[in-house]
Design a protein around this ligand. Structure first.
Ligand code: DGJ
Length: 746
């Protein structure tokens, strides 16, 4: 076993291949965090925290009052906090008893260690594919209010991943009210840390920002009812000297898609505390006696080997222990989506003409986007009415699907199940199915309201509507969109004292609906979307092996968006397409080759009318698809390395196959210079002693000029030469030229 309990010291030690996590029950039965970091063996580390009297401003527990400072919760590292008990740092919990007393103070009562992974009621969580996980469940009690706290840990030793969650149960006789219930607290008592987080906005998601921690609390959060474009529920704490290749870093990824908060506090004694969980604003959960509340999972990792190693751990873990779709590791189709080609304005003939051209070039699936149902000629109306719009598609979907199949393509379709337009039959029949505050006009986003998925009847209705769609049509792929953030949170069937549960119950309803549909239709590939990457999180990956990364398809902007996304999420999860030039979101032009190089750092597909291309361009597309299919395994299932970031002159990334025998380097030069510093890069992840041959070197967008670079054509180098001396590119010309270099081990 990799989880040990030492009865002498009352210490729990969790070992993974390269990390150690340690906790201890102190003499007063409180649970302390002792250590998380590089693997240290089984030594008990309680000596790290000598008792120190900090005076009355960090009070002691009543029973330790005379041993001043021995156990003050304000000073010692906590594993999960109590409430109103003298720990003044950011806390995990706010709870009120029936007599109005707001407070909690937990004592350890029991633990359980077993092989396998815990599961969480109603919430997606990691699974144990290879019977590798071990679980520790610690039980703590507050006997005064009858609140039980279970702290859940599963360790995946080979992956160096620790999953954590928390469950609160009312074991008393009166109702308890939770105003905050975080998933984890992680105290890091020593060291200086920087916060690397991923902020942004619509069409500009997951922009990395790194800054030293300041004294006080810094928050990464969303109050939008979605994990959001604006702040991803994933952060990294890294030592100041940490770079891609070396240095200490912790990762924390919340497995949740609704409003959340992750607080990082640097306290007055230099201790760093991280808490993560559901956002406490608009949250109030009533726990009747016997009821439990489960806080979502957090995926924790630590490495001393830098940011690339940390990212690769998350990539692997999400693909093998979170994504459950059978398509996750399988070869997925190259698709064409009609959205940027037609928007709402299409006919059967138009769709068929796009499909026909796509099929001729090697595309494998056509996806019909928004506008195929109800009264939906723009975004003012129609959501909720999932009957085919026969004016656009006479005879319904089946005749269209048949014709598409005859071209040798599969068929996929767009849906937005969670929304309703005021101008829809569904809303007219069930106005109370939307989240709206009584007596107020709701805030309206994209002319749509949010269906109340906290209600079982609404979830049942949607289950039937979309099951019918999938039963009655041969649909191979669903794009599940969600195009507004949540306001007016109020459910018309929930009692007044439970309205604070609505936004989380909404998420539980979304997960229930997703669970039902993905289980009932396992052969359908589901792609997530929320106006692009507005819900790009680990919980969504449990249902969607791929998520549309951004509504911004401009290749230059995608470089940053996809680079930022890659810190936590795998390439195989990033929906990415080649779109038209000039780009529709920015008006910027980019060569067709560069657009494809960027889209190949994702699931790869097209989103333009291929009929508008010249014959040369069509041939180029044909070749792009052939190239992508040839290197599919390497790109989707290989290890990903960031060689140069978007703030450098050239943006460079690399894939290495799992057996180290192949590598693909891709490079984009957003702004070529007249007198450039040559783009130099060192490859990574190769075998130093092996020899590699450059089998393929391609340059795109150089305005017809093929630079002389004999050293890159069909040359052989040792892995050591490629990794330590590196390669230099010739000068590239044009608007955002790019290059690809494919190497094979001899
Ligand atoms: C937002 C998505 O991100 C787009 O790709 C497209 O599907 C539109 N919604 C359709 O309304």
């Amino acid at each position: 076993m990799s989880i040990f309990y030492d009865d002498q010291t009352k210490t729990f030690t969790l070992q993974t291949a390269q990390t150690t996590y340690q906790l201890q029950v102190d003499p007063w039965a409180r649970l302390l965090h002792l250590y998380y970091g590089r693997r240290i063996g089984d030594d008990c580390m309680d000596g790290l925290y000598p008792a120190m009297d900090r005076g009355g401003f960090s009070p002691d527990y009543y029973e330790t009052a005379l041993q001043r400072g021995a156990a003050s919760p304000d000073i010692r590292p906590q594993e999960y906090t109590g409430f109103n008990n003298g720990d003044f740092r950011v806390g995990c919990l706010e709870v009120t008893a029936p007599d109005g007393a707001a407070g909690a103070d937990f004592r350890y009562t029991a633990h359980r260690i077993y092989r396998g992974k815990y599961t969480l009621e109603g919430l997606p969580s990691a699974y144990d594919a290879d019977q590798e996980a071990e679980t520790l469940i610690l039980t703590l009690e507050d006997p005064v209010i009858g609140l039980r706290l279970e702290l859940l840990y599963s360790i995946f030793s080979r992956q160096d991943m620790i999953t954590r969650a928390a469950r609160l149960t009312n074991c008393g006789v009166g109702d308890l009210v939770l105003d905050k219930a975080a998933s984890i607290c992680l105290d890091i008592p020593f060291g200086k840390w920087e916060l690397l987080h991923f902020h942004g906005r619509h069409a500009m998601e997951r922009q990395p920002e790194r800054r030293p921690l300041m004294n006080g609390i810094q928050t990464v959060s969303s109050k939008r009812g979605a994990s959001s474009h604006h702040h991803n529920p994933f952060l990294i704490l890294c030592a100041p000297q940490t770079n891609e290749d070396a240095g200490d870093c912790f990762g924390a990824m919340l497995v949740y898609s609704g409003s959340y908060r992750m607080d990082v506090e640097l306290d007055s004694l230099g201790l760093t505390r991280l808490t993560a969980g559901i956002h406490d604003e608009l949250f109030r959960w009533k726990l009747h006696p016997g009821e439990s509340f489960t806080a979502p999972e957090v995926l924790l990792t630590f490495t001393h080997r830098g940011l690339t190693a940390l990212s690769q751990r998350y990539h692997h873990f999400l693909r093998y222990h979170m994504c459950r779709s059978k398509f996750t590791l399988a070869r997925r189709p190259v698709l064409i989506n009609n959205w940027e080609a037609t928007f709402f304005n299409f006919t059967t003939e138009k769709i068929l003409s796009i499909a026909e051209q796509a099929a001729a070039l090697g595309v494998e699936m056509l996806v019909l986007d928004d506008g195929w149902f109800g009264k939906r000629d723009d975004d003012l109306s129609g959501l909720g009415d999932w009957q085919v719009n026969e004016r656009k598609l006479p005879g319904g979907l089946n005749p269209l699907i048949e014709k598409i199949h005859r071209m040798g393509l599969r068929f996929g379709i767009w849906i937005e199940p969670e929304m309703v337009c005021e101008d829809s039959d569904l809303y007219r029949a069930h106005p109370d199915w939307a989240l709206t505050l009584p007596g107020r006009k709701p805030a309206v986003g994209r002319c749509q309201l949010i269906l109340d998925l906290s209600r079982d009847d609404v979830v049942d209705y949607l289950t039937e509507v979309f099951s019918k769609l999938l039963r009655e049509h041969e649909i191979a792929y669903i794009k599940w969109d969600m195009n507004r953030n949540m306001s007016d949170v109020y459910s018309h069937t929930m009692p007044a004292d439970r309205q604070g549960e609505v936004s989380h119950r909404y998420m539980l309803g979304v997960y229930k609906l997703l669970e039902r549909l993905t289980t009932a239709f396992p052969d359908v590939l589901f792609e997530g979307c929320a106006g692009g990457g507005g819900r790009f999180d680990a919980a969504m990956l449990a249902y969607f092996p791929q998520i549309w990364c951004s509504d911004d398809t401009d290749a230059a902007e995608r470089l940053t968006i996809q680079h930022g996304t890659s810190f936590g999420y795998p390439i195989s999860a990033m929906g990415s397409h080649v779109s038209v030039s000039p780009n529709q979101q920015t008006g910027r032009s980019a060569p067709l080759g560069t657009r494809a190089v960027v889209a190949m750092a994702g699931t790869f597909g097209y989103e333009l009318d291929l009929n508008t291309l010249t014959e040369d361009e069509k041939n180029e597309v044909r070749e792009q698809i052939r190239f992508f299919k040839t290197h599919y395994e390497l790109i989707q299932n290989g290890s990903y390395y960031r060689l140069a970031a978007p703030d450098e002159d050239a943006v460079i990334w690399q894939f290495v196959s799992q057996d180290d025998t192949e590598a693909l380097v891709s490079l984009v030069l957003p702004q070529p210079h007249a007198n450039p510093i040559p783009a130099h890069f060192a490859l990574k992840g190769l075998e130093a002693d092996a020899r590699y041959r450059i089998e393929d070197f391609r340059i795109y967008g150089c305005r017809g000029q093929t630079p002389r670079a004999a050293w890159l054509f069909e040359r052989e180098y040792s892995g050591a030469a490629l990794m330590y001396a590196g390669l230099t590119l010739p000068q590239l010309f044009g608007d955002a030229p790019s290059a690809q270099l494919y190497l094979k081990k001899l």
